[in-house]
Design a protein around this ligand. Structure first.
Ligand SMILES: *Cc1c(COP(=O)(O)O)cnc(C)c1O
Length: 364
C-alpha cells in the first residue's frame, strides 16, 4: 500500500523522513534498551530530547533570548483558556479580533474576564480581515488577541493586508497553530505566540507557547499551579509527566524543517504551493470557487467549493482513488479544503491540481 498525499487539516501529514525515524525508534531507542515512549521524562536521555527540541525551535523561528518557550500538554484551545487565566486578572479587559472559527472558539474560553470584541468579520462570513484602523482597542486591555491563520475559513494575516498590527503598549497575542514556521516571523512584535503542534510542528497532544519573559514575570497567578505558565517555566514544562512521545516527534519535525532550509525555504514553498492551487481555482472559469478576499487568502488552508454540492462526494471518491486524501471541508463551511502545511511537497499540490482539471473536464 502506498502513502497518499494527505491534505488533512490536523492532525496533519508529517514528513515521511520523520515517520521512518519514529518507526525505528519505537522498539529500541539509542542505547536505552527500551522504546522512547517507555523511559522516564526525568532521565538524562529524555532531558536531552527536550533541550534539543527547544534549541532547534529557537533556531528555526529565531526566537529572541528575552522570550521563554513552553511545551505544554494539550492543544491550542487549552492555551486559549490559559492565556486569560495567566495574563488577565479577574474582571480585567481583554481585546479580541475575530476573523474566523478559531477566534470565535477563543471567546468561549474567557469566563473570568471582560471581553471586548475589537473587530470581527463575522458579518461578511469571515472572508476578510477588518482594517487595522477600524479596530476599537481598549487602552487598559491585558492583551490583544488575533488568529494569525484561520484554519477553517482560510483567512490569514498577509503582507497585502498590512504589517503586523501595532497595538501600542498592549501586547499582541496570536494563535499561530496552523501557520507557525511557514515563513519567518518577527517574534519581537508579539507578546505571546501559541500553537497546537498537529498542524505544522508535529503530532497532536503538545503545544508550543513563546512568551516575552517580562510578561510572564508580571503575570497573575492562576490558583491551580498546573495552569500557571510561570510555574511551568520554572519546571521546564515538567510540572507533571509531559507527553514525551509527542515532544520527541515534535523535535524530529523541527529538526527536519531546519535541514530543509528553515522558514525562508518554507516561505518560498508555501508561496509556490498556494499560488498553484489558487490559480487552478481562479482559472477554472467559475467551476471551483474560493470566496476569501485575495489580500488575506491563507497559504496553508485553501477552502474551495464545487458548483453543486452533489458533486462533493464524487470529487472526494475520485480524489481518494487518485491518492489524494483529507480534502473534505469542515462542517462549518462545507465544500472542500486543501491543507498544505510544510510537510506537503509541491508534487502533492501538482497532483491535486491535475486531478481538479480532470474532474472538471468530466463534470464541467
Ligand atoms: C486546530 C486549531 C485550534 C484548536 O487546536 P486544538 O489543539 O484542537 O485545541 C485552535 N486554533 C487554530 C488556529 C487551529 O488551527
Amino acid at each position: 500500500m502506498a502513502r497518499s498525499y494527505n491534505f488533512s487539516p490536523g492532525p496533519a501529514a508529517l514528513p515521511e523522513a520523520v515517520l521512518r525515524q519514529v518507526q525505528q525508534d519505537m522498539l529500541e531507542w539509542g542505547e536505552t534498551g527500551a522504546s522512547v515512549v517507555e523511559i522516564s521524562h526525568r532521565g538524562p536521555e529524555f532531558l536531552e530530547v527536550a533541550r534539543q527540541a527547544e534549541a532547534d525551535l529557537r533556531t528555526l523561528l529565531a526566537i529572541p533570548d528575552d522570550y521563554a518557550v513552553l511545551f505544554p500538554a494539550g492543544g491550542a484551545t487549552t492555551q486559549q483558556a490559559l492565556i486569560a487565566l495567566n495574563f488577565a486578572s479577574p474582571g480585567q479587559r481583554v481585546d479580541y479580533v475575530v476573523t474566523g472559527h478559531w477566534g470565535r472558539t477563543a471567546l468561549k474560553q474567557l469566563a473570568t474576564v471582560d471581553v471586548n470584541i475589537a473587530a470581527s468579520s463575522e458579518d461578511d462570513g469571515f472572508r476578510t480581515i477588518p482594517a487595522r484602523a477600524s479596530w476599537r482597542l481598549s487602552k487598559d486591555a491585558a492583551y490583544v488577541h488575533v488568529t494569525s491563520n484561520e484554519t477553517i475559513h482560510g483567512v490569514e494575516f498577509r503582507p497585502a493586508w498590512g504589517p503586523v498590527p501595532d497595538t501600542g503598549d498592549v501586547p499582541l497575542f496570536a494563535d499561530f497553530s496552523s501557520n507557525i514556521a511557514s515563513e519567518p516571523i518577527d517574534i519581537s512584535r508579539y507578546g505571546l505566540i501559541y500553537a497546537g503542534a498537529q498542524k505544522n510542528l508535529g503530532p497532536v497532544g503538545i503545544a508550543v507557547v513563546i512568551v516575552r519573559r517580562d510578561l510572564l514575570e508580571r503575570a497573575g497567578h492562576p490558583r491551580a499551579d498546573i495552569f500557571n505558565y510561570a510555574s511551568q517555566l520554572r519546571a521546564e514544562s515538567m510540572l507533571n509527566t509531559p507527553p514525551t512521545w509527542n515532544w520527541y516527534v515534535l523535535g524530529l519535525t523541527v529538526r527536519w524543517m531546519i535541514e530543509q532550509g528553515g522558514t525562508a525555504e518554507f516561505d518560498r514553498r508555501s508561496a509556490e504551493k498556494s499560488a498553484l492551487l489558487y490559480e487552478a481555482i481562479d482559472g477554472s472559469g467559475g467551476f471551483y470557487r474560493n470566496d476569501v478576499d485575495p489580500a488575506v487568502r491563507s497559504r496553508m488552508n485553501v477552502p474551495f467549493f464545487l458548483p453543486d454540492p452533489a458533486l462533493d462526494a464524487p470529487f472526494l471518491d475520485g480524489a481518494r482513488e487518485a491518492g489524494l486524501i483529507g480534502l473534505k471541508g469542515h462542517r462549518v463551511l462545507g465544500g472542500m479544503r486543501a491543507s498544505i502545511y510544510n510537510a506537503m511537497p509541491v508534487e502533492g499540490v501538482r497532483a491535486l491540481v491535475g486531478y481538479m482539471r480532470e474532474f472538471q473536464a468530466r463534470h464541467g
